[in-house]
Design a protein around this ligand. Structure first.
Ligand code: BTN
Length: 264
């Protein structure tokens, strides 16, 4: 594996205004999210991006761990100091998901979809996960499977997994990819600062998984609703047209996931 090149990354992101203003690449960290939280005591560090070739205690959503063979992924975190309108986790998750999905679609032609609320999938397999944490600082952590082989994924993953190499069959320059992702994250952050979170919601919906015509099951905290998805947005949740013609609204904090019903 070719290691990530910190100096190329810094050069490529020299014009970044919000994300990637400062860049560090480390060989090993417990979790890049932790390194960003530690850096949060200095406000000048907002915009810092930290990459690790390997994590010894990588974190996923809901207390799960996030593991990847050394050098096989892009494992990175971004420290931000967002204005209130952009500080909510559901905004930061949506912003980063849209940026990564758009860049991967543009560069590799892969049909990356956002699965509510924070997974990026290709053909129903998980390619990338996002973990937003607000503690000492506001930190967005991104784990993108780049060259992981099918036999290297842990057996107990919640969703079937994939990597960019498995989807595209070509060699991937991780430094180039990292630079492009930071560039897109930076650009989209600027768009949201100028135009408000609305600009992100509009780009999120067309990328959502399971938005097509077929029937879906909207799994909410206390109920499940079968019907057709009329609308899905991270800030307003889902609207589902039931078979009897009534419309159910599920607010984002209640919506757990959207599934296709099991085929009979
Ligand atoms: C998920 O469960 O889908 C979220 C996974 C987030 C993993 C990334 S890897 C870089 C950053 N550091 C961590 O410890 N977690 C995030």
């Amino acid at each position: 594996m070719i290691p990530l090149d910190e100096s190329i990354l810094r050069e490529r992101c020299a014009d970044c205004n919000h994300v990637g203003r400062l860049i560090h690449v480390v060989a090993e960290a417990a979790s890049t999210n932790d390194l960003c939280h530690e850096a949060a005591s200095n406000r000048e560090n907002a915009g810092l991006a930290i990459f690790a070739e390997r994590q010894t205690a990588g974190r996923g959503q809901q207390g799960r761990s996030w593991t990847a063979p050394a050098g096989s992924s892009l494992l990175f975190s971004i420290l931000l100091n967002p204005p209130d309108a952009m500080a909510l986790p559901h905004f930061l998750t949506a912003w980063s998901a849209v940026a990564v999905a758009e860049q991967l679609r543009a560069d590799f032609g892969v049909d990356v979809r956002i699965k509510w609320p924070n997974d990026l999938l290709v053909n129903g397999r998980k390619l990338c996960g996002i973990l937003v944490e607000r503690r000492h600082g506001t930190v967005v952590g991104i784990g993108l499977n780049v060259s992981i082989r099918a036999d290297e994924f842990p057996a107990d993953v919640r969703l079937p997994a994939t990597s960019l190499a498995l989807e595209t069959f070509g060699p991937i320059d991780r430094t180039e990819l990292a630079a492009r992702l930071l560039g897109r994250l930076d650009q989209l952050y600027g768009v949201a600062l100028m135009s408000g979170p609305q600009a992100i919601w509009e780009r999120w919906t067309p990328l959502a998984e399971n938005l097509g015509d077929g029937p879906i099951v909207a799994v909410a905290r206390r109920t499940e609703i079968v019907g057709r998805l009329l609308d899905l947005r991270p800030d307003v949740g889902a609207r589902v047209l039931r078979e009897d013609g009534s419309v159910a609204r599920i607010p984002p904090e209640e919506l757990v996931r959207i599934e296709r019903p099991e085929k009979q």
